[in-house]
Design a binder for this molecule. Structure first.
Ligand code: PGA
Length: 251
């Protein structure tokens, strides 16, 4: 099996003003620097207005910066949007696309998500493409069908292990404290790996993250699960101690 370095990604969502964001990011950057060699990459994805100050604060540190979304275009008359070129300018190396909150709140389809990922790739950003079923879909026995369709529709042409990370986030596990069982996670990640193998020549090197109520007390088990190559963390990424504890759960 291809060696895949784990990625611990913090999605701050719409949380944090400048002072706390700077403190959180600087704290994590300091811990990472002090820790020396660690078996994971660490990423924070603050709200857009904080990208520039946080980017400046962590410049030169091993802590990576990402956007929570990006536009499918680089510039132009698109009020309220933020382009991958702008993310890159702020120091980002990553962009989350297709988070279920974007799919739900903003009607983002697989085609829109794929266009955003393609635009991120154009600027040399790694796209973290999110997929995941709702509880009703899981109850109806359609979890794999839904996730398979999302993977097929949300990955743009030209996706590779170097420019794409997939995040499996069951919608019902996000922010709810409900976590998918290790067996469910193992099964879905194996399924996603197979779907990737059907599409990408370097599928075995693609990192597949799990997201949905990842906390310090469940991180060791989740991160030790087959084909779990890291975590996309919401709530627990807002506290430096918790997020750091999740990172150091990587073996
Ligand atoms: P959560 O969010 O860790 O708060 O469940 C995860 C996510 O939405 O990325």
């Amino acid at each position: 099996m291809a060696a895949r370095r784990k990625l611990i990604a913090g999605n701050w969502k719409m949380n944090g003003l400048k002072a706390e964001g700077l403190q959180l990011a600087s704290d994590l950057a300091g811990r990472l620097q002090g820790a020396g060699a660690v078996p994971f990459d660490m990423l924070v994805c603050p709200p857009f207005p904080l990208l520039f100050p946080v980017g400046e604060a962590i410049k030169g540190s091993p802590l990576a910066l990402g956007g929570q979304d990006c536009a499918p275009k680089q510039k132009g008359a698109h009020t309220g949007d933020t382009s991958p070129a702008m993310l890159k300018d702020a120091g980002c190396a990553y962009a989350i696309v297709g988070h279920s909150e974007r799919r739900q709140d903003h009607g983002e389809t697989d085609a829109i998500v794929a266009a955003k990922a393609a635009a991120a790739h154009e600027e040399g950003l790694v796209a973290i493409v999110c997929v995941g079923e709702t509880w009703a879909e899981r109850e109806a026995g359609k979890a794999q069908e839904v996730v398979g369709r999302q993977v097929a529709g949300s990955l743009p042409a030209g996706a590779t292990a170097a420019n794409t990370v997939v995040a499996y986030e069951p919608v019902w596990a996000i922010g709810t404290g409900k976590v998918a069982t290790p067996q469910d996670v193992k099964d879905m990640h194996a399924f996603i790996r197979k779907e990737l193998q059907a599409r990408l020549s370097d599928a075995d090197s693609v990192r597949i993250l799990y997201g949905g109520s990842v906390k310090p007390d469940n991180a060791v088990e989740l991160l030790a699960t087959d084909n779990v190559d890291g975590a996309l963390v919401g709530g627990a990424s807002l506290k430096a101690d918790d997020f750091w504890a999740i990172g150091t759960s990587c073996r």
